[in-house]
Design a protein around this ligand. Sequence first.
Ligand code: FES
Length: 261
Amino acid sequence: MKIKLHIWRQSGPNDEGEFVSYEVENVSTHWSFLELLDVLNNQLIKKGEEPVTFEHDCREGICGSCGFMINGVPHGRQYSPEGRTTVCQLHMYKFKDGDELYLEPFRAKAFPVIKDLMVDRSAFDQIIAAGGYITVKAGNAPDADTILIPKEVANEAMNAAECIGCGACVASCKNASAMLFVSAKISHLGLLPQGQIERKRRAQRMIAKMDELGFGNCTNQYECEAVCPKGIRKDFIGRMNKDYIFSLNTNIETEKETIAI
Ligand code: FES
């Protein structure tokens, strides 16, 4: 089949950028979407043109590196109504001959475009560095049954830990809110006993960093949940808000730190 692509080309952060149209013929239904771009890039390189820059790593839906808008939706989620998907896991059998697709980078003030479809998502790293960790004593690993965790609590922590930090939640939100991402990270650690010591300061610091970096607030549209390739639930945002409110009676700057065993 033949696919027509209109791809956002932007040579750098200060370039204005524009859509450029390409056609890829003999597209196999077995290709992933990124393989479609690989083929296009081979064609461009052979013609002496600049290949399209896009980010990827695992190509297995694990790492969260890939991600751009396909016809206005992160990861082309609308082409996978039966399930969650990252763009690397989207396959060409979802499309039909003659389809025209508009590919754009994730748009958010906190995610500046680096080049073409690639954006700088290091703002997420800064939020994690602000509080998305626990402190434990170094040394031998403790026995696995030293701290018993109820199965339902462990399951819920793992549900939150599924977040791969791709940024689709931010890109889909009219406020460019990162609250689904931040709430997943806060909930993942806050649900577990090991995450209790820093729970209050984690909520305050990660939320303050999120605000500082220019992400917006949640206004309960839940586009984030709809496009999340890992099915992170909006309930985690409520959980994060509770942690934040609960933390406000504590001065995190004077709170004593205790190292977890
Ligand atoms: S390349 Fe790793 S999730 Fe897509």
